[in-house]
Design a protein around this ligand. Structure first.
Ligand code: FEO
Length: 402
């Protein structure tokens, strides 16, 4: 028998940790696992907020049953339909046939499509309210944070926002559930990685959602992944992280992402990186794209304003892993980056041309002169790489004065 965890009077955590899955969405590495958070309010009426991945439904139902303590489940609020949260909805409905499934018009279409549920569905619109007794729910539609049906639910008495994926992080909840019970620092990088990998394309919808939350007094952020945020300074911190990321604002620093087959292009990356440091740029992150998953490279590209990409020519195109990375950057509609690029070839150059096209498509501010190297590093290429590093450093340093 598993017990729920009480967050505060009448509010229970009935979520689970997943330490087994290798790749979230079968794409993004989970070295620290992930949690699927679900919450229950027990009042005159009982309301559950989202469910969990179906692989963990057994543990989830044990916790839920114990938390209900013989009561019936009146409502399940579906803030988000991605199956890491709605996966157990069909089983929940079979177990609690009278439960009212609360969602918006877009949710209704998905619960029918995924689970065949059409009865006892309560449709809500932006600003609608649902009293539970002492607690009162208000629904805020926040489409595309991260799917079109996404909404957030605000509880007005205890000032709790059930925020769906927003403010979520990768990483399991190891012991502590709330920020007060753990060292929150260990989640910040995983929050940025989660945002950049999963929500990164939707900067403008996230900004609209933040505007809606702006006037709310918030004591608890109950996201669907990662810690429950309860400490005022932590709530401010995670809202600021989301605000900054969704504005595509980066810190001073440079990500150098390069592909290399035999180390020649890598030497260009090393030269540029060192010159950045010589010029006083302390945050220089160098990623070999064959070694490092795009998941982490994207995280760092969201963190820092400077981006330098290098690629050998491969089959008259870019090095494949660089092409994949560029397509992920483009699909996130990344903005506000200073961009430098370099490449190499043995008999016919194509990489630098494609990188120039990428710069044009993304409208990044191109910094310095692109470097194209034939075969191996000679003094002229070396000097050109140093100049590229200098130019990027100068551009970043210029921002310090503004
Ligand atoms: Fe955690 Fe978009 O699902």
């Amino acid at each position: 028998m598993l017990k729920p965890i009480q967050i505060k009077e009448n509010l229970y955590y009935v979520g689970v940790n997943d330490r087994s899955k290798e790749l979230f969405e079968n794409l993004w590495p989970l070295p620290k696992g992930v949690s699927y958070n679900s919450y229950l309010i027990v009042d005159e009426k009982t309301a559950l907020f989202d469910t969990v991945d179906i692989c963990y439904s057994d543990r989830f139902f044990q916790k839920l049953e114990t938390a209900l303590d013989g009561r019936q489940l009146d409502y399940v609020v579906i803030n988000h339909m991605e199956p890491d949260h709605s996966g157990s909805l069909g089983l929940l409905k079979a177990k609690y046939p009278n439960v009212q499934v609360v969602g918006n018009k877009r949710t209704a279409d998905m619960i029918q499509g995924f689970h065949g549920i059409t009865d006892n569905v309560m449709l809500v619109s932006d600003g609608d309210q649902l009293p539970l007794g002492k607690h009162n729910l208000v629904f805020y539609l926040t489409p595309m944070v991260h799917w079109p049906e996404t909404m957030m639910t605000y509880e007005t008495t205890d000032k709790i926002i059930f925020s769906g994926d927003a403010f979520g992080t990768f990483g399991t909840l190891d012991g502590g559930i709330t920020d007060a019970q753990l060292h929150p620092e260990r989640y910040y990088d995983e929050m940025i990685r989660y945002y950049s990998n999963i929500v990164g394309k939707f900067g403008s919808p996230v900004q609209k959602a933040l505007e809606k939350l702006n006037n709310l007094d918030i004591n608890y952020i109950c996201s669907t992944h990662g810690p429950v945020w309860t400490l005022p300074q932590q709530i401010e911190k995670v809202v600021n992280i989301y605000d900054k990321l969704s504005r595509y604002e980066g810190n001073e620093g440079v990500v150098i992402a390069y592909g290399t087959m035999y180390g020649n292009t890598e030497q260009m990356a090393e030269t540029i990186a060192h010159e950045l440091a010589v010029q006083g740029i302390k945050e220089v992150i160098v990623h070999n794209v064959s070694k490092r998953s795009d998941s982490y490279i994207l995280r760092d590209i969201f963190k820092y304003r400077g981006l330098i990409v290098g690629s050998p020519t491969y089959n008259n195109k870019l090095y494949p892993n660089i092409e994949y990375l560029l397509s992920k950057i483009e699909s996130r509609e990344m903005k506000n980056r200073y961009f430098g690029y370099f490449g190499s070839f043995t008999w016919a150059g194509a990489a630098v041309k494609r990188l120039a096209q990428f710069a044009e498509d993304t409208k990044f501010e191109v910094v310095g002169t692109p470097v194209e190297m034939k075969q191996s590093m000679q003094l002229d290429n070396y000097t050109a790489c140093v100049e590229l590093g200098k130019a990027m450093a100068a551009r970043l340093i210029l921002d310090r004065k503004q």
